[in-house]
Structure formats: structure tokens, C-alpha cells
Design a protein around this ligand. Structure first.
Ligand code: ATP
Length: 360
């Protein structure tokens, strides 16, 4: 197995817009280490550079600055045939006029090791729990999107890989098949541990499959950590609001007499070194707000039941602010009614309003 390293990697693209030529920095000074055998998910909004980062790790793009390492060797110094990169894309990327078996066997056949193919396929079939055999006689055009992805993953696993890279492999599948495909892939990654990067828009997928998650914005890495670390200890407002559903409640406020005050509540100590007048945004996750006998009055705008969790997400309009909170599903709450809610100050996180950086 192989550790992946990136050191100060930057990649720019030239875009011609009318008569202008403009450089876009798709990946900007990214440094990162993925331990051998770990799965790292890359999450971020559209256009933030996720796919470009993946292609840099695959060696499809060469960095303008910085280096990509497999173990301690610069990727540029590793001959193509020794790189051992498996990639699974959104589209499956199977060769249209080949039967799937030929696609899956291709790399081993190239190395005159075709005899290993049946054993590997049987193993993959057993672990995923679906009969790969029935798919292998067909061409991609005769397979559904989900089936094509299964063949693509089998193809990646049927060869000797050092790294396995996924670019939103299940994005085109509907919710039911996404769930199943995720479980199968998790089983495969447990059975064939391989250092992997998994690009996705889907937090649930990232949590299910990855050991750590990297959050990207505008070509930069904002934070890398376990989901729990990103959720409880975000480094800035971007990560705080990108991770977690429903999203964190935010309250604008200021420091007065050394304490934080918002529009409707306050008096909390943040940090001793902040001068009075500093603009500070407080954030609190919905689970730190609850319905209370003696709390602040608000009008219920919306309630969304989460049946599987026996909870409901309630949105309350309260003196010009909107609060999201979580209550037990059994608690009777009517849209349009007035309720009282209270906040547990232990859940408050503080951010510099101007820079978005976490300050307490
Ligand atoms: P999405 O989630 O929408 O797939 P992404 O996070 O994967 O987006 P990238 O595809 O890496 O983002 O694109 C990052 C930036 O680089 C975008 O501004 C994009 O337009 C630009 N870009 C990506 N590939 C190329 C290319 N081959 N030529 C020129 N510009 C590109």
C-alpha cells in the first residue's frame, strides 16, 4: 500500500474570455498527507477544484508548482506503468464496444496474468453480494448506470493498484441504488484496503466511506479531519456551515465590556483579548437549542419530521432571527403557534465576523 503526499501543489488553467486571457487557480497551494490504506473524502462546492486535485494525484495533470508523492517518490519520477492508479468516474468510463469481462481483465491480460482474473472476480462478487458474472457478458450500453459503476469498481479492483481515486462515482444513481452501492463499496474497501481519495458533494457518503474529510473552497484546503472534528471544531464559518444538516444557527453580535451580545441574547465570555466593539458571530448547532418552559418566545415557521431518528427539525421566527432546533418527534408543535425555546451556551462557537475565522 502507498501513502499519498501533496506539497504546496498549485494548478492553473488559462481561460480565454473574449479578447482576454485569464488564469484560474483551480488548486491553490495544497499540502496534504494520506496515510497508507486510508480513505480521504474531498467535499466542497461546485468548481472549488476537487476533480482537478484528483487528477493531479492521478498524474493526469502536472502541477504548475509543488509536488505529488507516492510514498516518498515524486509522481513525475514514477514510470506510468508503475503508478498503479485506479480511477472510477461518474460516467463509468468503460470502453463502449467491449464486453465488461474484457474491460475488467484488461490490465491483468496486458501483464500476461489473465489466469488470475476469475479468482479475483469471484472474490469481488462474494464480497459485494451481487452476481458480477451476469453483468460481465454485456457491453456498457446494455447495463444500467449502477451496473456500469459496479463493473468500473470491479475493473479497478481486479488489478494491482497503489491508489484508488473516485470522482463522484454514484452521482448519477437514484437514492436507493446510491445507498446500496455505498454499502457494497464500503465492504470492498474493507476487504481490499487501498489508499483512496473520494470526491463527492454528499456528506453522508463522505461520512460512510472515509476515514477523514477534506473541505475545499476556491482551490484551497480549508480543513482536514474526521467528521466529528469538522463538526465540533470547525476552523471557520465556511466549514461550520458546510458541515452538518440542518445547518448551524448564526447570530451576529459584538463584544461589550468583554462579553458577547447578540440581538436577542448574550452576556457570554468569549476571549479576554477582544476589544469592545469587535464584531463577532456566534454559531450554535440545532441540537443545542430546545423547547423550554421559560425561554425566548418565537413563532414556528416550519417543521420537518425525521422519522427514522424520531426527531423533528423546527424553524422558529424570533425577533427578526430564524432559529433551527431539534425536538423529539412526539412533542406536539404546530406551524404558526408561539413556543418558547432556550439555548445551551455550552454549544456556542465564535467567529470573527469580518474574516470568518474561529476565535472561540
Ligand atoms: P464540480 O463539483 O462542479 O465537479 P470541482 O470542485 O470538481 O467542481 P474542478 O472541476 O476541479 O471543480 O474545477 C475547478 C476550476 O477549474 C473551475 O473553475 C473549472 O472551470 C476550472 N477547470 C477545470 N478543468 C479545467 C480545464 N481542463 N481547463 C480549463 N479550466 C478548467
Amino acid at each position: 500500500m502507498t501513502a499519498i503526499g501533496l506539497e504546496h501543489v498549485t494548478k492553473r488553467f488559462e481561460h480565454i474570455i473574449g479578447a482576454d486571457e485569464r488564469a484560474i487557480t483551480a488548486v491553490n497551494d495544497v499540502s496534504l498527507r494520506i496515510t497508507s490504506g486510508d480513505v480521504l473524502a474531498i467535499l466542497g462546492p461546485s468548481g472549488c477544484g476537487k476533480s482537478t486535485l484528483l487528477r493531479l494525484v492521478a498524474g493526469i495533470f502536472k502541477p504548475d508548482e509543488g509536488q505529488v508523492f507516492y510514498d516518498d517518490q515524486d509522481l513525475q519520477d514514477i514510470p506510468l506503468r508503475d503508478r498503479g492508479v485506479g480511477m472510477v468516474f461518474q460516467e463509468g468510463a468503460l470502453i463502449p464496444h467491449w464486453e465488461s469481462r474484457r474491460s475488467v481483465a484488461f490490465f491483468l491480460a496486458l501483464r500476461k496474468r489473465e489466469q488470475e482474473v476469475p479468482g479475483r472476480l469471484a472474490q469481488i462478487s462474494r464480497i459485494t453480494g451481487f452476481g458480477l458474472d451476469t453483468l460481465l457478458e454485456r457491453r456498457p450500453g446494455q447495463l444500467s448506470g449502477g451496473e456500469q459503476q459496479r463493473v468500473s469498481i470491479a475493473r479497478a479492483l481486479a488489478r494491482d493498484m497503489r491508489v484508488l481515486l473516485f470522482d463522484e462515482p454514484f452521482a448519477n444513481l437514484d437514492a436507493k441504488y446510491r445507498g446500496e452501492a455505498r454499502v457494497e463499496l464500503k465492504r470492498l474497501l474493507n476487504a481490499f484496503p487501498v489508499t483512496s481519495i473520494y470526491v463527492t458533494h454528499d456528506q453522508v457518503e463522505a461520512i460512510a466511506l472515509a476515514h477523514r474529510i477534506a473541505i475545499m473552497r476556491d482551490g484551497r484546503l480549508e480543513q482536514v479531519g474526521t467528521y466529528q472534528q469538522l463538526y465540533s471544531n470547525p476552523v471557520n464559518l465556511f466549514v461550520a456551515t458546510f458541515i452538518g444538516t440542518p445547518i448551524m444557527n448564526l447570530f451576529p453580535g459584538r463584544i461589550e465590556n468583554g462579553l458577547w451580545y447578540g440581538e436577542n441574547f448574550g452576556g457570554y465570555a468569549v476571549r479576554k483579548d477582544l476589544p469592545d466593539g469587535t464584531h463577532v458571530t456566534a454559531g450554535v448547532r440545532p441540537e443545542y437549542i430546545h423547547l423550554a418552559q421559560e425561554g425566548t418566545y418565537g413563532v414556528v415557521e416550519q417543521k420537518i419530521p425525521l422519522f427514522a431518528e424520531r426527531r423533528q427539525v423546527i424553524t422558529v421566527h424570533l425577533a427578526g432571527e430564524r432559529w433551527s432546533l431539534i425536538a423529539p418527534l412526539e412533542q406536539p408543535v404546530e406551524v404558526g403557534s408561539t413556543i418558547q425555546c432556550a439555548l445551551n451556551p455550552q454549544g456556542l462557537l465564535y467567529f470573527d465576523t469580518l474574516t470568518g475565522q474561529r476565535i472561540g
